[in-house]
Design a protein around this ligand. Structure first.
Ligand SMILES: [Zn+2]
Length: 298
């Protein structure tokens, strides 16, 4: 029995059966594509941050269990996977391995058909990343910056500590920026309608011209990135780090910050976000752990 059949799925199934008669002879490929619902869902989590907060292990396992039940196309964790010391000189290697194992043990419960996409945060690669902290992360969690395409969207994952504090690894910071510019300058395939960015630090929490702060990218970098994103079809930026929820819209660009999975600093309920992507755009809703819906919806 398919527990995840939504109204859209049913419409889609009905559409496939009736497709030959529904699409008049001579309909263009574009018109046909509009009739085909190729939307999909993913879960966006932030700051699993093992072992900080209120039962992070239990909440991580619960989110994974929800993903197994609801079957989004993938799960992304927007940084601070573990609670490594932000100061590279003070890291506790033994404790960091224990935190890493707990995170990966929970992740291993996910079906192989639901990929987990990791994003690095300041408690994974330290506030001022160095070649050593970046290599440490990559060996355990995968690349620090990368892109992937899924159905109608291209996803771009950034290592935002290198953007905020490039001084500890200036070469890596430059390589990432060059890669980002090249990636965004590449024309999107016809099937791809939008780009979506994941990074740990929010671009902003109120408006692009707000002041500086620990929780934000520096103002100058923020403006450069927002401009680059706007020019290249990026519609939404998803972040964490703030331990609270915030949504800012600036023209076509939406910047979405999601509360921590197990620790809030703003009084928001603990939970995660469900995101729906379609050819028309991105919709999302934050759900408290105890209010995750019966079926995928936003
Ligand atoms: Zn953080």
């Amino acid at each position: 029995m398919n527990m995840h059949l939504t109204r859209r799925d049913m419409l889609r199934a009905a559409g496939s059966l009736a497709a030959a008669s529904m699409w008049p002879a001579g309909a263009t490929a574009d018109e046909a594509a509009e009739n085909d619902d190729d939307s999909f869902y993913f879960f966006q989590l932030a700051d699993t941050q093992f072992f900080w907060g209120d039962d992070p292990v239990g909440k991580w396992r619960s989110a994974i269990a929800q993903a197994k039940r609801l079957r989004p196309d993938f799960v992304v964790v927007c940084g601070d996977l573990i609670n490594r010391n932000g100061d590279a000189a003070k890291v506790d290697l033994e404790e960091d391995e224990r935190r890493t194992r707990a995170y990966l043990d929970g992740a291993a419960q996910l079906d192989a058909s639901i990929p987990l996409r990791n994003v690095a945060g300041n408690h994974d690669v330290c506030n001022v990343p160095t070649p050593e902290t970046l290599a440490w992360y990559e060996k355990r969690f995968g690349p620090t910056w990368y892109a992937f395409t899924h159905k109608t969207a291209q996803f771009v994952v950034l290592e935002s500590d290198l953007i905020k504090n490039p001084q500890g690894a200036p070469e890596a910071a430059e390589r990432q920026l060059d890669w980002l510019k090249k990636t965004l300058a590449t024309k999107m395939p016809d099937t791809v309608r939008q780009r979506i960015v994941f990074m740990h630090h929010p671009l902003c929490l109120k408006s692009l011209d707000e002041g500086e702060g620990y929780f934000l990218l520096p103002k100058e970098r923020r403006a450069e990135l927002a401009e680059l994103f706007r020019r290249s079809g990026v519609k939404t930026v998803f972040s964490g780090h703030y331990h609270g929820n915030a949504v800012v819209r600036d023209g076509e660009l939406e910047m979405v910050t999601t509360n921590g999975l197990a620790k809030t600093l703003r009084g928001d309920p603990l939970g995660f976000r469900i995101v729906r992507v379609s050819a028309e755009g991105v919709e999302h809703k934050f759900y408290a752990h105890e209010e995750v819906p019966e079926e995928l919806t936003v």
